[in-house]
Design a protein around this ligand. Structure first.
Ligand SMILES: *Cc1c(COP(=O)(O)O)cnc(C)c1O
Length: 468
């Protein structure tokens, strides 16, 4: 253990301070009443300023972020977060705003909402957006409430079912359930697309709508989307577009033109605002013109969503400009296909063909299993990647494959970085074939090895616990 791996309480030295204040020249303040006075001293570490700086800097380096390395987490679009976004969000005129300020003093911010509305409408083919929702899942819930409201406004009260494909992101059925709607699953074909024939019998007058991701979570474009839209609309339902992963379509195809009525975007994925670690997000919801009346007129979040996130996304759109916008999708698709083709001789590729911004492997072709030694799993590969300084891809999702390894490189990585990742993935496959035990014990070089993730989530230890 390095000296500064010690917890800050262990560095504490009685009487040491990290500040120096001028001598108090004022008369002593009146004594506090006894009942509000502390009876014991505060238990705080007594350390110098350099100790504090080193403590937090070292802690920050134990974490992995998009600013420290390649982060190919599928379905999460961990693209680089341009620093100019931060500069814009830190401008005092924006940073100093308070949501209860008089409208006359917030015209700049209102203009940002207005301009974003126009920009997102142009990008998606929707008519208008609400910026209240603070996450993708929050957008889904808001969008489904809009869907329900639409049917209620028409007195069509028996529409309580929402169709969700089996490849859907887990938040889709969860949001539908939270909204009080019944989830009906539709199966995928061998080629990873929705089975239109299986969809048809589900479309009756109890269907409120369908939720779709396109490209879906396998990174595959739903080629039958026009037919699906027609069938759902003819049955009186609406189409909801989960636009969390809009990245590959930017400037090329618009959900509005595919026939979708409602959608959300994840500004914290596609539009380059920081995420991970549960930071603030934004999941604006757009609707087609015929649903404008169903946009929420009461708030679904405190005030108007996360303004700082919306502002960063606006800066990103302006910085890219119209001509570069298209390249985002094109480069992200190129990078994903390049990795897929470079590794498919060593990792199982369940669905051949061109993918969009991401794709899924189903584990190793040769996992090295022999005698009593179990083969290397997707979890082992993911853990071993950490030893080589790369963040793991998304694993065991989507649920369609047992050893799913979902890779999304994004457009912001250089060919050199991607080549280095491919080389490491090949090396890991060779290691697995030769000695799977090496992978079972990985990671070997990280501050902690394999935490019990369930226990960590259920019983988190969030503050210093004195070992004595
Ligand atoms: C990330 C994601 C979501 C959920 O977004 P959150 O902001 O995490 O709530 C929903 N659908 C898809 C396809 C996603 O990738």
């Amino acid at each position: 253990m390095k000296y500064y791996d010690k917890l800050i309480f262990e560095l504490s030295k009685e009487g040491r301070v990290g500040y120096s204040l001028p001598k108090n020249q004022f008369p002593a303040a009146p004594e506090l009443p006894l009942q509000v006075k502390r009876t014991s001293a505060l238990c705080l570490p007594e350390v110098s300023e350099p100790d504090v700086v080193r403590h937090y800097t070292n802690l920050s380096q134990m974490n992995f972020g998009v600013d420290t390395g390649f982060y190919p987490l599928g379905s999460c679009t961990m693209k680089y977060n341009p620093k100019i976004n931060e500069e814009i969000a830190a401008l005092p005129g924006f940073n100093g705003l308070h949501p209860l300020m008089h409208a006359g003093l917030t015209k700049g911010a209102l203009k940002v909402y207005q301009e974003m509305n126009k920009a997102l409408a142009a990008i998606t083919g929707m008519y208008a957006f609400t910026f209240d929702p603070c996450a993708g899942a929050h957008g889904e819930l808001t969008g489904l409430m809009i869907m329900r409201q639409y049917h209620m406004n028409r007195g069509d009260l028996k529409r309580t079912k929402v169709i969700v494909p089996d490849s859907a992101h887990g938040t889709n059925p969860a949001s539908a359930a939270v909204c009080g709607l019944e989830v009906v699953e539709v199966k995928s074909l061998e080629n990873g697309r929705i089975d239109v024939e299986a969809l048809k019998p589900l479309l009756d007058d109890s269907v409120a709508g369908i939720m779709m991701t396109n490209p879906n979570t396998l990174g595959l474009f739903e080629t039958q989307i026009k037919t699906i839209a027609k069938l759902v609309h003819e049955a009186g339902g609406l189409l909801y577009y989960d636009g969390a992963n809009m990245n590959p379509l930017m400037g090329v195809v618009r959900p509005g033109d595919m026939g979708f009525d409602i959608m959300h975007l994840n500004l914290h994925k596609t539009f380059s605002t920081p995420h991970g670690g549960g930071g603030p997000g934004a999941g604006p919801v757009g609707v087609a013109k015929h649903l404008e009346d169903c946009l929420p007129d009461i708030r679904v979040s405190g005030f108007h969503g996360n303004f700082g996130v919306i502002l960063r996304a606006y800066a990103y759109i302006l910085m890219l400009g119209k001509d570069n916008f298209k390249k985002v999708g094109q480069y992200s698709v190129l990078s994903a296909n390049y990795i897929k083709e470079s590794l498919k001789d060593l990792y199982k590729l369940p669905i051949e063909g061109v993918c969009k911004h991401e794709f899924v492997f189903d584990g190793l072709i040769n996992d090295g299993a022999h005698d009593d030694v179990p083969g290397a799993t997707t979890l082992d590969v993911a853990k071993r990647l950490l030893d080589y300084g790369f963040h793991a891809p998304t694993i065991y999702f989507p649920l369609l494959f047992h050893q799913a390894l979902m890779i999304e490189p994004t457009e912001t990585e250089s060919k050199e970085t991607i080549d280095a990742f491919i080389a490491v993935m090949r090396k890991i496959a060779e290691e697995a074939a030769a000695d799977p035990m090496l992978l079972h014990d990985a990671p070997h070089n990280t501050p902690i090895s394999r935490p019990d993730e369930t226990a960590a989530a259920r019983n988190p230890i969030l503050k210093y616990q004195d070992a004595n």
